[in-house]
Design a protein around this ligand. Sequence first.
Ligand code: BV8
Length: 247
Amino acid sequence: MEKVFKGKEIDLAVGELASLLKKAKKTVILTGAGMDTESNIPDFRSKNGWWKKIDPRMVASTESLYNDYSLFHEFYLMRIKLLEGIVPHEGHYIIADLEKRGMIKSVVTQNVAGLHTVAGNQNVYELHGNIKSIRCDGCNQGAKLEDFFAGKDCTSCGARALRPNVVLFGETLPPQVWEDAVGDIKSCDLLIVIGTSLEVYPVNQLPLWARGKTVFINNEDRGAGYPFDLRIIGKAGEVLRKLQEKL
Ligand code: BV8
């Protein structure tokens, strides 16, 4: 029977989460854009999210890359520039500490700014790639970030197709990363899902494939119909701070 906790009940819920975490032999954490908002990176679907202002098909899809490169380039240039000076928040460091203490096996993330790795996590699966690494969509050669900034064509094949190594709508996820992440999630006995609307396929299937206990931490109650054992409606940073105090 799922339990939903919010407001002042959060302490109770975090106590339950702490005991699940201490008991678990293999814990995986799955994060979405809600894990990065407290580092001042906008998410996508809450009220100030990117997709509330821009149609993702216009800027974050293979169509946009092929049919309107200048708009595509402008959008990702702006996204990358907004990351200047952005650092992990306390919640990222708590998750890194959980890995250091051997309490979690890996982090599976939809996020593209790389903050889990910056905070110190070693086992991170970036299912939607990393926005700061650039390649040519024509010849697949790696390219320099400054060449992407300057709007240059590919120095290897001359194509006007430099793009960030993120998974666009309509693209498949990196096969090996996906396979490894699915393996961890299917074999873990505790999956903690943090800060995601669970709107995007195929990542939104992962909580359904977890065979152990599943916990959802989000500041709005999303994922109706998912059989989470525990739903904690609250901010990622606050819940993680309380969790650390109980470990
Ligand atoms: C694929 C690019 C197959 C990177 C992104 C119709 C039905 C179903 C599926 C589809 C369909 N039509 C098309 C599809 C497939 C499509 C899809 O799922 N579309 C959906 C949206 C309808 N998926 C794809 O195209 C995927 N590929 O399916 O390939 C295939 C097979 C063969 C051959 C070709 C293709 C690729 C999906 C990847 C798309 N890339 N972005 C970038 O620029 O960043 S999507 C975008 O959404 C981001 O990548 C992001 O990671 C992802 C998921 O979003 P979330 O992380 O969940 O963020 P969101 O804002 O939604 O939610 C955040 C939550 O956190 C909110 O609830 C908020 O309240 C909460 N929150 C905020 N702050 C906090 C907080 N919670 C706690 N504390 C806080 N402080």
